[in-house]
Design a protein around this ligand. Structure first.
Ligand SMILES: [Zn+2]
Length: 239
């Protein structure tokens, strides 16, 4: 089982850990703890490197498998052994861009729900750009400028972004979480992690975020597409 350090501290750039398991065939190592985000919820995984006894192993991909985080090692160097001590380092430039982008996506969700009552149905992101899908029947091209202005205002407002890990029963009492369909989460999940942009948005979320919306910086709505009568897609870019 891998302890997920980023869940409580998304600003952790490096960490020490121990190798629990090595899969030679897929060139994957499982650590007892990690700061690498394994991907999910529309946020891509982190990249970086693992240092073991003076050697440097590039991390090309990270993926969750059950309770383990698999770190896939690039190159063809002989893999380190089980029990070895590892120093992990994230590609911080990429990760911080993804944190800013992920928080930007939540600002967009919060604004679109608050101002138009539209619910998000999905989304995806890469460093400094992302897209979100909404059930947004009244969305028209003319609203793009209005939405762009509203999200930039929330960046300027410098709203605090808070992380909490709550027992499932407690999370089910929060009306804002019900609208993002936490009741669809599997029975086995006992704790629910939430991301709150204070005064704007609250969601069950496993990703990494900045501490304050001011860190996101200026945004622009890059494109908008109608995916039918109800479903609309909005593309956002960080400047
Ligand atoms: Zn999210």
């Amino acid at each position: 089982m891998t302890e997920l350090l980023y869940q409580n501290d998304s600003y952790l750039k490096e960490f020490d850990a121990e190798i629990l398991r090595v899969d030679a065939e897929s060139r994957a190592v499982v650590l007892n703890r990690t700061a690498f985000y394994p991907g999910g919820g529309g946020q891509p995984c982190d990249l970086g490197l693992l240092r073991v006894a003076g050697a440097e192993y590039p991390v090309r991909k990270v993926k969750k498998q059950g309770a383990d985080a698999l770190h896939f090692i690039g190159g063809d160097m002989t893999l380190p052994e089980v029990g070895a001590t590892v120093h992990g380092e994230l590609d911080w430039e990429r990760r911080y861009q993804l944190m800013r982008t992920h928080t930007a996506m939540h600002i967009l969700c919060g604004v679109v729900f608050r101002d138009y009552g539209a619910l998000v149905t999905g989304g995806n992101m890469e460093p400094l750009k992302g897209r979100m899908d909404f059930e947004f029947e009244t969305m028209r091209k003319e609203l793009v400028a209005e939405i762009e202005e509203a999200i930039n205002r929330e960046v300027e407002n410098g709203r605090e972004v808070k992380v909490a890990i709550l027992p499932r029963e407690e999370a089910f009492q929060i009306p804002d979480l019900i609208r993002t369909k936490i009741n669809l989460l599997p029975e086995g999940i006992k704790e629910i992690r939430t991301i709150e942009i204070v005064g704007l948005d609250l969601q069950a979320d496993g990703g990494t975020h900045v501490r304050n919306t001011s860190e996101v910086g200026r945004l622009r709505v890059a494109n908008y597409k109608s995916k039918g009568k109800i479903n609309k897609r909005i593309y956002v870019e960080l400047l």
